[in-house]
Structure formats: structure tokens, C-alpha cells
Design a protein around this ligand. Structure first.
Ligand code: SF4
Ligand code: SF4
Length: 403
């Protein structure tokens, strides 16, 4: 039966959900693509059914800024909750905790330790590669024993890095290398939540040192906050176990600010960071909802200057590039408007396959009044999305001098 007054079962559950999500996302298909994958050759990000192009990296940047401020906000409120509950380094170290016991002196157990660690590193590295190469393609290449050079290098290098981390660095990463661990203490204020020993009850401590022995980073939490603490709550659980025998509550817990003092959860710094986070979220949603599935550029064609036909019509040649950012075929209808002049276009329609980029010369002609040098015009592109989308670009229709 799961003990709801212990943190460990909830952490294990959170880690299991995270593992299933991280391994499963590349296999989950939405609109025929992995739910989350960056396609390097086409520089496209597939994100839960939507496809973001490199030219739309501004949307991605806004999304990343939202995530950065969200992490700042969570850190300001809940301290190193990320480290203890979500960080992949902690999750991997927890899942491979049994290997610490295998790593004891003795050739057989050392060999078993390195073999298991290498196998796990291969699997974790492959999972990371699936966020760039579809799993079906990855398995096809591996089974044929001829993986693409980029896949072999990425998989090999990632395996070496993860193996070195799991075999030799492990928990030391958090206290030495991790950049988040370095900066997080600057984000704390006097009300930030942290796992702490309650100094107001220090005379109740049995000095059993169970909290020190169980700590994966070797901290004595009774001495106060330590930057190496990964907020794993192992000391909290073990202290509750020890004190339970004496019929008393544990001495270690989650506290906002110093134990025994009143600290406001909502404060000026929290409101400020929360407002910026919300702004970035709203901006990201606005940009995502209003993104057009078609992009267009238009310029006058350099090698085909404007001319006048024998029947008195003015002809301009425009170079039009159209990009279909959707995952289905689109028919794009073109229309040139400006003043009250009726323009004719040739061609008037183009068909773009999914993700296709087309560059065409479009001829526009009209009967215009002599003496008009340049007419501001709009080139409109309507496309057959369910919502009946349309974009337009401004350009100029040039009337050459009559000879
Ligand atoms: S002090 Fe407690 S919460 Fe912090 S790392 Fe050690 S056991 Fe985990
Ligand atoms: S586990 Fe609790 S009682 Fe034991 S030494 Fe640590 S704080 Fe004191």
C-alpha cells in the first residue's frame, strides 16, 4: 500500500510518467509526424501536429522565452523542485541506483555495472536521436547495418557522454557541473520553498544520522540550506521513518522561507515574473494561432523590364515565391489589385504540394493611363484552407514611358 505521507512514491510516479513521455513522444504520430521532432534536413520543427519552419523561428524564440520565465517563476516559488522531480539527470540516477550496489569492488560486479550502464546509455542516446530522426527510419538504418553517417556519429557521441556521466559522474554532476544548480541560489528569496530541517525542534533530533546516510549528495541538512541539495526528499522520508518509531512527526519538511516564520507566497517579485511569463505565453499563442500556412514574397523580375504591347497594354513581370507550410496540398489563387484598374494575371493559380516551395514568374498586364509612372498594387494569394485564408504583399506596377 502506497504511503501518502512519504514523498518517494510520488517522485517515483512522476519519474515513471516522465520516462513514458520521453520515450513515447517520438513514436506518437499526429498528422503523420512524430508529436515532437526537429527535422534537420528541412529545418522544420514538428510540434504536436503543427510544423514550424526555420523562417518562423521567431515563434519558437517566444516559446523558449516563455519556458525560461516559467522556470524562473517555478524556481522563485518552489526552489529546486525541478531537480528533485523532473530533471533527467536525477531521474536517470534514481533509475540506476541499483547499479551503485553493483559497482562495489570485485571484477564481476564492476563488469556487470559497466555493461548495464553501457546498455542503458545506448538506449537513452537512441531516444535522444529519435527527436531528430523518426524511430522507424532509425530502426530501418540500424537493421540494415548501414546507418547514415550523421546518425552513427550522433548516437555514438551521445552514448559516450551519457556513459561517462552515469558510470563516473552520477550525482556529482548536480553539485559540480550543472549550470542550473549554479544560478538557482541567485533566484531564491527569503520566501522560496525548500526542504529544510526545523531548527525550532532541534532538541528532538535523535542524532541517528539517517538523513545524512541516505542523502545522495552527502549533505547534513541539519546544518542548513546547501547549494548541492537536489531536493530529492530522501532525508525527509527517512526522518519521518525514524521519528515515527518515537511517535513524533519528522523534523525535515518542505518550508516556504525559514521554518516557523510566516512568509507570503504571492509577493512583488513573483507577480513581476508571473506577469512577464503570462505575456510571453499570450504572445506565443497569438503568433501560433495567427500563423499563415502560406508565405509569399514578390519582386519585379530584374531581367524582364516593364513593356507596352502593340495593343497598348502595359506588362510587368513579377517573381513570386510561395511556400506551403502545411502538410497538405494547397491551391493558391492570385489576384492583383490597385486603384480601379483591372489587372490580368498569368498564371492566376498555382498548386503547392505539402511543404513545397515554388518560385514563378507571373505576368501582370493592364490598360493604364499614359503618364502614370508607378502604381502601388497588392498581390493577394488566397488558398483553400478550411478558414479560407488569404495573404497579400505590396508591390509596384511600373508603367514605362510611351515612345
Ligand atoms: S539534503 Fe535531503 S533533499 Fe537534499 S539532496 Fe540530501 S537527501 Fe535529498
Ligand atoms: S534523520 Fe531526523 S532524527 Fe535522525 S539525525 Fe536526521 S534530523 Fe535527526
Amino acid at each position: 500500500m502506497m504511503r501518502t505521507d512519504r514523498v518517494r512514491p510520488f517522485r517515483r510516479l512522476a519519474e515513471a510518467v516522465q520516462a513514458v513521455l520521453l520515450i513515447g513522444l517520438p513514436f506518437l504520430k499526429i498528422n503523420g509526424e512524430s508529436a515532437l521532432r526537429f527535422d534537420v534536413p528541412s529545418l522544420q520543427l514538428h510540434f504536436f501536429g503543427a510544423t514550424l519552419w526555420m523562417q518562423e523561428s521567431f515563434i519558437l524564440l517566444v516559446g523558449l522565452l516563455f519556458l525560461v520565465f516559467l522556470i524562473l517563476l517555478v524556481t522563485l516559488l518552489f526552489g529546486r523542485i525541478w531537480c528533485g522531480w523532473v530533471c533527467p539527470q536525477t531521474v536517470l540516477a534514481d533509475y540506476t541506483g541499483f547499479m551503485d550496489r553493483l559497482g562495489r569492488p570485485g571484477v564481476a560486479s564492476r563488469a556487470a555495472f559497466y555493461l548495464l550502464t553501457f546498455g542503458l546509455s545506448l538506449f537513452v542516446a537512441a531516444t535522444l536521436v529519435w527527436y531528430f530522426v523518426p524511430p522507424s527510419e532509425f530502426f530501418g538504418q540500424v537493421m540494415s547495418l548501414h546507418p547514415a553517417e550523421a546518425v552513427s556519429w550522433a548516437w555514438g557521441l551521445l552514448t559516450i557522454v551519457i556513459f561517462a556521466d552515469l558510470a563516473f559522474v552520477r550525482r556529482r554532476f548536480c553539485a559540480t557541473v550543472c549550470p542550473y544548480s549554479r544560478i538557482q541560489s541567485t533566484l531564491f528569496d527569503s520566501s522560496t520553498m525548500a526542504i529544510q530541517f526545523d531548527p525550532g525542534r532541534k532538541e528532538e533530533c535523535m542524532n541517528c544520522s539517517a538523513c545524512v546516510r541516505v542523502c545522495p549528495t552527502g549533505i547534513d541538512i541539519r546544518k542548513g540550506l546547501d547549494p548541492a541539495c537536489i531536493s530529492c526528499a530522501a532525508c525527509l522520508d527517512v526522518c519521518r521513518d525514524m521519528k515515527e518509531k518515537a511517535g513524533r512527526p519528522g523534523l525535515i519538511g518542505y518550508f516556504f522561507g525559514r521554518p516557523g516564520e510566516e512568509h507570503p507566497l504571492i509577493r512583488r517579485s513573483v507577480l513581476l515574473v508571473a506577469s512577464v511569463t503570462l505575456l510571453f505565453l499570450l504572445f506565443f499563442v497569438y503568433l501560433s494561432v495567427n500563423r499563415s500556412p502560406v508565405d509569399m514574397t514578390v519582386t519585379l523580375t530584374a531581367g524582364l523590364p516593364p513593356r507596352i504591347t502593340p495593343d497598348g497594354r502595359v506588362v510587368n513581370a513579377f517573381t513570386v515565391t510561395l511556400e506551403n507550410r502545411s502538410r497538405r496540398e494547397l491551391e493558391v489563387r492570385l489576384l492583383l489589385t490597385g486603384g480601379a484598374i483591372p489587372f490580368r494575371l498569368n498564371p492566376e493559380r498555382m498548386v503547392l504540394g505539402p511543404g513545397e516551395h515554388k518560385k514563378r514568374t507571373i505576368f501582370a498586364d493592364a490598360k493604364t493611363a499614359a503618364g502614370t509612372a508607378a502604381i502601388p498594387v497588392d498581390l493577394q494569394a488566397s488558398f483553400g484552407t478550411a478558414a479560407g485564408g488569404r495573404i497579400s504583399k505590396k508591390t509596384t506596377f511600373v508603367v514605362p514611358e510611351m515612345k
